[in-house]
Design a protein around this ligand. Sequence first.
Ligand code: UDP
Length: 242
Amino acid sequence: MDRSVYRRVILKISGEGFAPEGGRGLAMESIVRIAQEVREALQNGVQIALVLGGGNILRGAQFITQGSHIHEATAHYMGMLATVMNALAMQDALESLGCSTRVMTAIKMDGVAEPYIRRRALRHLEKGRVVILAAGTGSPFVTTDTAAAQRALELDASILLKATRVDGVYSSDPEKDPNAILYTHLSYDDVLSQHLRVMDQEAITKCQDYDMPVRVFNFRVPGNIKSAVRGENVGTLIGRES
Ligand code: UDP
């Protein structure tokens, strides 16, 4: 069996990964494809906790319009619930492939999943279960990137792997600028000073404060999740040095 260089990783997957190509909502074939990659990655002897986004269903920010009848905090709670739907779908996809899993939610939901308790999450990971962390941090006004950074620190992860729909961090938006440059390495300071859109400022600052490396890569490229989990050079690695 090939081994990963890491003992434990947090794999953050944007909700976009679960939507049908170019659409919104949940496409089971997209989820199963990612689940297959997670299973392959797990076979490298690494502990994996997933933090799932909810942007394929709902983001709190989409309700921040003038005259909106919904409080922004309410909208963020709705976004957190969207991540729970993704987590349940991912759980069944992984279990159908023979992986043992636990969903843990940051908002208590008896009858749906376990509450997130750090020490219990660690026990599940040590037993080789994929722990799916849902409902973000449980608090509004942040995104699941912040949740991923937070969990990476408290679960003593070796790295935060951020699976997204672009190949890594670019000098400008590659979907708008054909001359955008893809970086292979960046420092936290580069990300912050150049205002590179990698993840929330709060999330990247937290990683910088505690020296948690972050790798940003494209989940749509087959084999990339496994490569990232094994510590191979895909996408952009963010750390203390650029
Ligand atoms: N959210 C929140 N607190 C959290 C995590 C998420 O309020 O700790 C809300 C927020 O509105 C966010 C939505 O849930 O927009 C869905 O998460 P996110 O946008 O991070 O999903 P992704 O873009 O990764 O699919």
